[in-house]
Design a protein around this ligand. Structure first.
Ligand SMILES: C[S@@+](CC[C@H](N)C(=O)[O-])C[C@H]1O[C@@H](n2cnc3c(N)ncnc32)[C@H](O)[C@@H]1O
Ligand code: SF4
Length: 438
C-alpha cells in the first residue's frame, strides 16, 4: 500500500511553525520574567507584527485587518510601546541579534508611524543596528518610506507580488496593478542587500506558462530571494473551495518553477524558498539566513510584539488569541490595546517530546536538513531512535541520510506539506481539530 504521505494531497498543510496557533489555548497567567528566567537571552530574535493592510486579499489567511479606523493605528503603536517597556522591564539583560517587522503590511504605516515603530524597537535593541527585515506591499510603498528603511539600515525587504499578471491577482481578490508593482520594484531595486519577492501559484486563471512568466520577471527584477507559495484556501478566507485538479496544477507549477530558478542560478533552501547563489559565498548555511523570515529560524528565543505576534521559549510558545475573519481580528486587536501585557496567558507548553518534534520539523523541511550531532547535543538522544519514521521515509525516497545529516531529497522537498504534518503529535492534532475558527 502506498504510504499516506505519498498517496494523499501534497498540500496537506504548510508547517511554518510548530505547533500552529490553532493549538494554542488559555493558560494560567505567568509573569514574563519567570517565563524567560531559565532561557538564554543573549541572542534573541525580535519580531514585531503590524496587523494592518490597505486591502484584504481574497486568499489571505493571515492575522490582519484592512483599512483600520484612523484612531486605531496610533493606539496600536502606543500598545506596542507599552509592550516593549514591560518586556524590557521583565528581561532587562536581553540582547537582540535580529529584528523582523512583518504583517499584515508594516508599510501600511505612514513615515511618521514607521519612525515611531523603530522608536519602539530601539527601546529593546538600545538603538543598536542589528540585521533587520521588513515586509511590504506594492500599494503601500513610497519613495519616502524606502528612504526611511534604507536610512535605518534595513537589510532585507520582502514584497508581496503574487503575480505579474493583473488578471490573476485580481481574480484572487487582490486589487493590484502591474504599474504599481513595477513602480515599487523600481524604488526597491539596488537599495537593500536582500530583496525578496513573494509569488503565488494555484491562483484562479493561472497556468504553468503564466506562472513561469511571473518567475522569470521576478528574476529579471534581480530578486535575491524568492518565496513561491502554493495557494492555500482556508475556512473564512474569501475564495471558497478548491477543485480537485488544483493539486496537479500546483505540483506542475512547483516542479517547473523550481527548474527555472535552478537554471537561473538560484539554490533551493526549502520547498518555498529560493536564494540567488552568491559567487563569493558558495555554500551559505541555508537555514540560518540573516534577517530572513521567522519561518526558517531553528533556535528558539523569539520575543514577539503586537497582537498577532508569537513569542518562543524552548518550553513555552505564547501569543494572543488567533482569528482570520474580520470581526475576530478586530476584537483581538481591541483587546490588545488595553490588556495586561506583563504575563503570558495564551499559548502552548512544549514538553520534551514536542520540543523534539519542533526541532525535527524546523530542520528536516530545509535543504540543509537535520544535523544529528546538534540534535543529540540538545536532546541527548538519536533522531532516528526518536523518530523511526525517518528510516521509513528514507526507504520511500523522501529523505536521505548522509552522516551526520538527515536531509530531504528533491521528492521530500516537493512533499514538505505532506511530510511535515505527519510528524505532528496526537495532542497537537486533537487541539487543532477542536479549534473553532473565528
Ligand atoms: C505578509 S504577506 C506579504 C506582504 C504584504 N502583506 C503583501 O501581501 O504584499 C505574506 C505572504 O503570504 C502569502 N500568502 C498569504 N495568504 C496565502 C494563502 N492563502 N496561500 C498561500 N500564500 C499566501 C503571500 O504570498 C503573501 O505575500
Ligand atoms: S496578502 Fe498581504 S496585503 Fe493581502 S491581506 Fe494578506 S497581509 Fe494584507
Amino acid at each position: 500500500m502506498t504510504h499516506p504521505v505519498l498517496a494523499g494531497s501534497p498540500f496537506a498543510g504548510y508547517v511554518y511553525a510548530y505547533p500552529h496557533k490553532t493549538a494554542y489555548r488559555p493558560l494560567p497567567p505567568r509573569p514574563l520574567a519567570g517565563v524567560w528566567a531559565a532561557e538564554p537571552r543573549d541572542r534573541l530574535f525580535l519580531y514585531v507584527h503590524v496587523p494592518f493592510c490597505a486591502m484584504r486579499c481574497g486568499f489571505c489567511n493571515l492575522f490582519t485587518t484592512a483599512n483600520p479606523a484612523g484612531s486605531l493605528v496610533p493606539l496600536y503603536l502606543d500598545a506596542l510601546r507599552r509592550q516593549a517597556e514591560v518586556t524590557r522591564a521583565a528581561l532587562p539583560d536581553a540582547r537582540f541579534a535580529r529584528l523582523a517587522i512583518g504583517g499584515g503590511t508594516p508599510t501600511y504605516l505612514d513615515e511618521r508611524g514607521l519612525e515611531e515603530l523603530f522608536g519602539v524597537t530601539d527601546r529593546l535593541t538600545d538603538g543598536g543596528a542589528i540585521p533587520t527585515a521588513v515586509e511590504t506591499s506594492p500599494d503601500t510603498l513610497t519613495a519616502g518610506k524606502v528612504d526611511l528603511l534604507a536610512a535605518r539600515g534595513v537589510r532585507r525587504v520582502s514584497i508581496g507580488v503574487q503575480s505579474f499578471l493583473d488578471a490573476e491577482v485580481r481574480a484572487s481578490g487582490r486589487p493590484q496593478s502591474r504599474a504599481e508593482v513595477d513602480a515599487a520594484l523600481g524604488l526597491l531595486r539596488g537599495r537593500f542587500p536582500v530583496l525578496n519577492l513573494d509569488l503565488m501559484y494555484g491562483l484562479p486563471g493561472q497556468t504553468v506558462d503564466s506562472w513561469l512568466h511571473s518567475i522569470r520577471t521576478a528574476a529579471e527584477w534581480g530578486a535575491d530571494e524568492l518565496y513561491l507559495y502554493p495557494l492555500y484556501v482556508r475556512p473564512l478566507t474569501g475564495l471558497g473551495n478548491s477543485a480537485k485538479r488544483w493539486d496537479d496544477l500546483r505540483v506542475n507549477c512547483y516542479r517547473e518553477g523550481r527548474a527555472v530558478l535552478l537554471a537561473e542560478g538560484y539554490e533551493q533552501v526549502s520547498m518555498r524558498m529560493f536564494r540567488r547563489r552568491n559567487p563569493l559565498t558558495p555554500n551559505p548555511s541555508p537555514s540560518r539566513g540573516e534577517g530572513g523570515t521567522i519561518h526558517c529560524c531553528q533556535e528558539d528565543g523569539m520575543v514577539g510584539l503586537g497582537s498577532g505576534a508569537r513569542s518562543y521559549t524552548r518550553g513555552l510558545h505564547y501569543s494572543f488569541e488567533y482569528a482570520v475573519a474580520a470581526g475576530g481580528v478586530k476584537a483581538i486587536i481591541a483587546d490588545y490595546l488595553t490588556r495586561d501585557l506583563t504575563v503570558a496567558d495564551y499559548g502552548f507548553e512544549l514538553d520534551a517530546d514536542e520540543q523534539r518534534r519542533r526541532y525535527l520539523l524546523q530542520s528536516l523541511l530545509n535543504a540543509d536538513g537535520l544535523h544529528e550531532s546538534r540534535y543529540t547535543a540538545r536532546f541527548g538522544t538519536d533522531p532516528a531512535a526518536d523518530f523511526p519514521d525517518l528510516r521509513t521515509f528514507r526507504d520511500l525516497g523522501l529523505v536521505e541520510y548522509n552522516h551526520p545529516r538527515w536531509a530531504p531529497t528533491p521528492l521530500g522537498l516537493e512533499r514538505s506539506d505532506a511530510l511535515g504534518p505527519w510528524f505532528f503529535s496526537d495532542r497537537v492534532r486533537a487541539l487543532t481539530a477542536e479549534y473553532e475558527p473565528r
